[in-house]
Ligand binder design. Structure first.
Ligand code: ATP
Ligand code: MG
Ligand code: MG
Length: 397
């Protein structure tokens, strides 16, 4: 009998987990509000008697019921109730992968940074912002880290929504940052600005047995703190840039080795001018910088996540193509039109695969889908993606 996998969250990552699950005959139960979330749309519940649970993925009662109904519980989002996950595992209702403690640690980006630093892993300098910080507190932080200060929410952050660069200590700027981030008494921390030359990400997967594999490093390009484009393999030239791929993979594997549990992890990094690498943050789940692995690698990040949590051997992480790019389809307003235009061009582009997530409402900043393009060379990839980017008026990258 195949083990049933329960997923907290029914968004696009769940949707992309559902594809290999269907191929491998793995029964899924997806917990999210509504009956037609992106993941539920593409996955039938395992039997006529067992529908996907309809409830918030943060709801303790729903999580407990799901834990009773599945063998292994996993997450497509880290903003879940980690204490309940700890409980259901303690009570033996099911296993949880990755470990609830890992999810809990990662949820608080400040604690995550402290953990990495304590394990000797390079991160940008950082510290907590005192509650009710005064101008003097901000001045003290400025004296240590300089300007701009990257101010971040400790919890519930995604797609840059918990970040606000503080460019000066003027009353107006401080008020703006606090207004953006600290509503509802959210705890904050700051990071010194990292003047990176590139952003890099590595997906690392570890199965229950402890076997580890990592994918080749990719270059990620963000705009307004949200991932836009991802290129693989990573190419960098210049002094100190030798072996960046190998070093990025080693650093990512070392960081993941400090965390408990099985599954795939997305490790975001900054590549500095001297070739050194710092970790920005880690996601304990499939990650946007690994979407290209569906078309461009021997085994996708989604399949490898399922293999990892089900104690199966890990699949090869090797690239199958010389070059690839992934373009996010992000809403610019409530109109799908720019995305529809880009998709139309993609259908006419050799090597392009269209992914639309089935979200009914388009909103500014919302990830509606992505396009992966594969090709024989970087030059070919660039010429293939140009018209697509043009169609969504996103060419300033
Ligand atoms: P995600 O959607 O990846 O979870 P997030 O909301 O958790 O994102 P971060 O990963 O902390 O946000 O930051 C988003 C982006 O902001 C980074 O990818 C990078 O481009 C920029 N950034 C973050 N921290 C710094 C820093 N210390 N210095 C300079 N730029 C930064
Ligand atoms: Mg994050
Ligand atoms: Mg990030």
């Amino acid at each position: 009998m195949q083990q049933t996998v329960g997923i907290l969250g029914g968004g696009q990552l769940g949707r992309m987990l559902a594809h290999p699950a269907a191929l491998m005959g793995i029964p899924l139960l997806i917990l999210d509000k509504g009956t037609a979330t992106p993941a539920k749309q593409v996955s039938l519940a395992p039997s006529p008697h067992q529908a996907h649970p309809d409830g918030a993925f943060t709801s303790p009662e729903h999580i407990r019921q799901l834990a009773r109904d599945c063998d292994v519980l996993t997450v497509e989002i880290e903003h879940v109730d980690a204490a309940v996950l700890e409980q259901v595992e303690r009570e033996g209702l099911c296993t949880v992968q990755p470990a609830p403690g890992t999810i809990k640690l990662i949820q608080d980006k400040y604690l995550q940074k402290r953990h990495l630093e304590q394990h000797g892993i390079a991160v940008a300098p950082f510290d907590a912002v005192p509650e009710g910080a005064t101008v003097d507190d901000w001045k003290a932080l400025e004296a240590r880290f300089g300007l701009p200060l990257m101010v971040k929410s400790r919890t519930m952050a995604y797609d840059g929504k918990g970040n606000s660069p503080l460019k000066s200590l003027s009353e107006e700027d401080i008020k703006h940052t606090m207004g953006t981030l600290a509503s509802g008494g959210k705890k904050l921390y700051v990071e010194g600005w990292a003047p990176f030359v590139k952003e890099v990400a590595v997906m690392v997967v570890r199965n229950v047995k402890g076997d580890v594999k990592s994918y080749d490093a990719v270059e990620t390009i963000h705009k307004d703190s949200i991932l836009r484009v991802c290129f693989a393999p990573l190419r960098v030239q210049g002094k100190g840039m030798l072996d960046v791929n190998r070093r990025a993979k080693e650093l990512a594997e070392r960081a993941v080795a400090t965390l408990q549990g099985a599954g795939i992890f997305g490790v975001e990094m900054f590549l500095m001018e001297d070739g050194s690498l710092m970790i920005n943050e880690i996601a304990p789940r499939p990650h946007n910088s690994g979407h290209h692995t569906i078309e461009a690698c021997e085994t996708s990040q989604f399949e490898n996540h399922l293999r990892a949590i089900l104690s199966l051997p890990l699949g090869s992480t090797a690239l199958r193509v010389p070059s690839t790019a992934m373009l996010n389809l992000i809403g610019t307003s409530d109109s799908m039109q720019p995305i529809t235009q880009a998709v139309q061009v993609a259908y006419e582009t050799a090597g392009a695969s269209v992914h639309l997530y089935g979200k009914t409402e388009c909103r500014k900043g919302r990830k509606m889908g992505h396009i992966t393009v594969t090709g024989d060379s970087d030059a070919q990839i660039r010429s293939r993606i140009r018209p697509i980017l043009q169609a969504m008026q996103d060419l300033d990258e």
